[in-house]
Design a protein around this ligand. Structure first.
Ligand code: SAH
Length: 246
């Protein structure tokens, strides 16, 4: 999978993605990252890419031309390589909030283009022309789309086979089953006078699984009652009482 990122600050993307799990995935070519400098496409003599917004107001706006030409060059490169036109994701507070479900949908693509705004954003005309998806990180305003793009690339990459050392990791994690993950413990068995829950040392796989599921329910109920309610609606528990009612 190739992530193409259109940005005025490619070093923000490269610097962030070159470490740890993502860094190894890039090294092994499980994913590729193509951080493209929008400024390289400006036709302005002074390399300018922004200007004042019409109608006044604070800040500067990224202009349409460099963004449009940069996007065109990326799509052309993709088509020369024989792949289908890529979706263009604009990082924007207007967008649908990013979540695990959207990450799973994006993970099926061969290419994705992320467009990062900066300053006050981007001239609407070019957005109308090229963007297929508006996606937000949440109800707050950041100074640029670079951090959200890195967050999304990290999340999507974890779903690509081989990126996590154990493929099961991504399947059992929070949100994949509509529940949060259970608590986990590592060595030593006793730390600061506190022992690891005995069931985890029992070697009894079935009991461990049962305990983990119960803890997932408990943790979700405590921290995300909204998620818990939805899960319970979708997975009604058959108790002796409800069984008798039938
Ligand atoms: N004037 C805009 C905010 C511009 S912030 C407004 O009020 O809606 C500059 C850039 O940061 C945006 O173009 C966008 O790419 C990015 N950005 C800011 N907040 C974001 C968020 N919550 N999610 C995703 N991208 C965001």
């Amino acid at each position: 999978m190739i992530f193409h990122v259109m940005t005025l600050f490619p070093e923000m993307i490269e610097g962030t993605m070159n470490c740890s799990i993502m860094g190894r995935a890039l090294e092994k070519n499980l994913i590729s990252l193509d951080a493209v400098q929008i400024r390289d496409y400006t036709l302005d003599r002074h390399n300018k890419v922004d200007d004042y917004p019409y109608g006044g107001g604070a800040g500067m706006l990224m202009q349409a031309q460099p963004v449009y030409d940069c996007h065109k060059a990326i799509q052309e490169k993709i088509s020369i390589d024989g792949r289908k036109k890529a979706r263009v994701v604009y990082m924007s507070p207007w967008g649908r909030t990013f979540d695990q479900k959207l990450a799973e949908e994006f993970a099926k693509e061969d290419d994705l283009i992320f467009l990062c705004g900066h300053y006050e954003g981007i001239d609407q005309r070019v957005l109308d022309e090229i963007v297929t998806d508006y996606v937000s990180l949440g109800d707050f305003v950041l100074s640029g789309g670079e951090l959200p793009a890195c967050v999304m690339i990290d999340c999507i990459s974890r779903l690509i086979p081989g990126v996590l050392s154990n493929d099961d990791s991504a399947v059992t994690e929070s949100f994949s089953f509509g529940l949060l993950e259970y608590p986990q413990y590592s060595r030593p068995e006793e730390w600061n006078g506190i022992k690891v829950p005995p069931v985890l040392l029992s070697g009894h796989h079935e009991n461990v699984e049962k305990w983990r599921h119960e803890m997932s329910l408990e943790i979700t109920k405590k921290y995300r009652p909204d998620m818990y309610e939805k899960y319970m609606e979708e997975h009604p528990v058959v108790t002796k009482k409800t069984r008798r009612k039938k």
